[in-house]
Design a binder for this molecule. Sequence first.
Ligand SMILES: [Zn+2]
Length: 351
Amino acid sequence: MKTKLEQLKTEFLELVEKVTDRQNLERLQTEFLGRKGKLNEVMKDMVELAVEERKLVGKLANEVKEAIEQAFHFQEQKMSQSEVMGQAEREWIDITQPGSFSSEGHLHPVTQAIGEITDIFSHIGFTAVRVPEIDWDYYAFESLNMPKDHPARDDWETFFVDAPEGSGEKEGKLLLTPHTSNSQVRTMETQKPPIRMINIGRCYRRQIDISHVPMFHQFEGLMIDKGVSVTHLKGVLDYFAQTYFGSNRRTRLRPHHFRFTEPSFEVDITCEVCGGNDDGTCRLCKAGWLELGGAGMVHPNVIKAGGLDPDVYTGFAFGWGVERTLMMREGIKIDDIRILYKNDLRFVNQF
Ligand SMILES: [Zn+2]
């Protein structure tokens, strides 16, 4: 029996060292010291011993029991200690470390430009309007003083929608708007002068090459009131150029020809790279000026189409490409405008 008791102790001491969790530790203790445990199993044979022997074995049994209990508590303590340590390890924070930030995306540069341009014009009372991007020929061409044989009305310039023609006086063929100027008559029809509107929309043309995309954006401004003159136009263009491009930029008007304005102008702005002093070496411009877009005094026929009397009201309109304006501000010439719509993050993330 003595040997058995010694073996029991050795066995427990060996096993207890290998236990790594509380559940198994308690199971092990019950296996040895429980009511039906190994120790009690050995002690069953005590009844057969002589009194003297029984005393000795009883003492030894107590010692074994104590040793087992001690080893059990020791192991238990080791476990709680490592648990606390583990928790501390897990919850440890280095308060001197810089914070972690989740990476945040940003709007596409063209969307950003649209927001900025709308904002700039809103400060001088131009209200943003939305007009259909699929519109009747009447609003896109006819009402803008464009003759039936104008090249822009040809299939090669404009996407016509394969749908029945509208029979109404202000309808005709359905098309994807090739410019934002369909907003002119539509706004005059729905608002009373004084009118100051800005329309930024998508335009569609049958062109795709390094300097054209079939879908692009234009912004269109229109002001109609009594006594509006070219001076007002120049003032608004200068305000925009200096706010959007920088206070040192200047604009100039060059005579041009458009069907829906009279007189018509091309608007130029001084080049950012050479500051308007190109000596023939500037990589961005020709002779110090960059072409911004078209503008002019609204043609009397267009004012009439809008339901207003051209003898009473005058106005100006301007419109040009958002993509182009954005690139001009950044002072870059992109080799291929299509990169704006290729979702190439290496390009887009530079804005
Ligand atoms: Zn230049």
